[in-house]
Design a protein around this ligand. Structure first.
Ligand code: SUG
Length: 429
């Protein structure tokens, strides 16, 4: 099986509107001036870094923002400029929702079960409904369009639309998969939250996770539903992937990530005895520090050499206790052999680290050969994207700019230029 990371390219409307309750970075940075061009270039540099490591890399494209279709669905009418002008005048918060570039965090785009885990032997992808946050709930329509295009061959892939809104689902950010070292057997772990922790919403509920496991045809004996700890949600772990990450036979997690870590470890060890569980003790890195530094929102990847590397945000490098722990862990000879630091600061200020920016899809070579090439990157495709970003993406967006008609036009044009450069028709997505 080949694992491909599909990163969300950061869209031209990237801004700090403070829309995500319970996500501390979003709250702290609300009202700041954003740098969309720099943000997209940072994300692209991460994709290039992965390619340079010899890893296959894909991309998902920014959604059309401001989303005038969404504004029409809630009662604004007329041409695009009329819809946007009325929203700016009467409902600036709804306009901010319609402008959010949050589709960049593709770990929330869908949950993916590879073909080896499913009853029909196809790779199943369930689009996340993201209904807890209004600005994120907008995403599922365009996400589904892209996934249906990218993974169109029904012999290998099954794409499911979003669950009904009453089931709160935030996709792969609350999902982990572990395998034997050779990758033959796997378990899938769904992590859900209970409402009310610290007054913050739990954004993934158990019924949603169960529904996805059912749709994907997962074997109950190899599927686990683990509850996120209330302490983690209360200090800002709005998704499991800010306190834990799994890849291959390695589970890397904070000691306080789960409500019942002993039961989770037993489930995993029972089925996959070779699993390496790397736990960071609270006494060495507190939950608050882990969340501030986004230590666990890193990409755990297997390099072509067979060694595992952790792709971390610069913020982890800057946090002395975190970096000390990581260096000691590598020196101990654990499964993580290399630390690779990337700068995704613009995304981080909205609570999105390296792992938030990517959706993993594991597939066979035959399945990969059917994926729409326009969603797969090489250096030449990165160059094409970079040229459009450098020419078209806004340099800065201050909060008041969201009401500026010139910005709306610039952002719609920028995305259209990108679609054109990548060979998509104007209405393909
Ligand atoms: O849903 N931030 C996102 C960050 C998502 C991170 N993803 C993962 N952990 N996988 C969120 O909270 C902030 C946007 C704003 O405030 O304007 C935002 O939506």
């Amino acid at each position: 099986m080949i694992e491909v990371n599909f990163d969300g390219l950061i869209g031209p409307t990237h801004n700090y509107a403070g829309l995500a309750h319970g996500n501390l970075a979003s709250a702290v940075n609300a009202g700041r001036t954003s740098a969309p061009r720099q943000a997209a270039l940072q994300g692209l540099a991460k994709m290039r870094a992965m390619i340079a490591l010899g890893l296959p890399q894909g991309v998902l494209l920014p959604h059309r923002r401001p989303d005038t279709d969404w504004l029409r669905s809630i009662g604004f009418s007329g041409s695009d400029p009329a819809v946007l002008a009325a929203a700016a005048r009467d409902e600036p918060v709804l306009l901010a929702n319609a402008c959010s570039a949050s589709a960049m965090w593709t770990a929330n785009a869908a949950t993916v079960s590879p073909s080896t885990d499913t009853s029909d032997g196809r790779c199943h992808l369930s689009v996340a409904n993201l209904t807890t946050m209004r600005h994120r709930g907008i995403e599922s329509v365009q996400t589904e369009r892209q996934l249906r295009l990218a993974f169109a061959d029904g012999r290998f892939f099954a794409v499911h639309g979003a669950l009904p809104a009453a089931f709160r689902d935030e996709g792969a950010a609350n999902f982990m998969r572990l395998t034997t070292p050779e990758g033959a057997d796997a378990v899938e772990i769904f992590v859900y939250g209970e409402a009310g922790a610290g007054g913050f919403p739990a954004r993934q509920d158990l019924t949603a996770s169960q529904a996805i496991a059912r749709r994907h045809g997962l074997a109950p004996s190899r599927t686990c539903f683990a509850q996120q700890s209330a302490a983690a949600i209360a200090v800002g772990a709005f998704h499991n992937d800010v306190v834990a990450v799994a890849h291959g036979h390695v589970l890397f997690a904070h000691e306080q990530a789960f409500a019942d870590p002993i039961a989770l470890h037993a489930f995993v060890r029972d089925r996959l005895p070779a699993t390496r569980i790397v736990t960071v003790p609270a006494a060495e890195v507190s939950l608050a520090t882990a969340i501030r530094s986004y230590l666990f929102n890193s990409q755990l990847v297997t390099l072509p050499s067979g060694d595992m590397a952790l792709v971390l945000p610069q913020e982890s490098r800057n946090e002395p206790t975190v970096w000390r722990w990581l260096e000691a862990e590598v020196a101990r000879g654990g499964p993580i052999r290399r630390l690779i630091v990337v700068d995704v600061r613009e995304s981080m200020r909205n609570g999105g680290g390296p792992a938030c920016l990517r959706l993993r899809v594991q597939m066979s070579a035959a399945a990969l050969a059917t994926v729409d090439r326009r969603f797969l990157l090489d250096d030449a495709a990165c160059d094409r994207i970079e040229a459009v970003v450098a020419a078209e993406w806004p340099v800065a967006i201050a909060p008041d700019d969201l009401g500026n008609p010139d910005l709306w036009l610039q952002c719609h044009r920028a995305r259209a230029a990108l679609l054109d450069a990548l060979g998509f028709g104007p209405d393909a997505l």
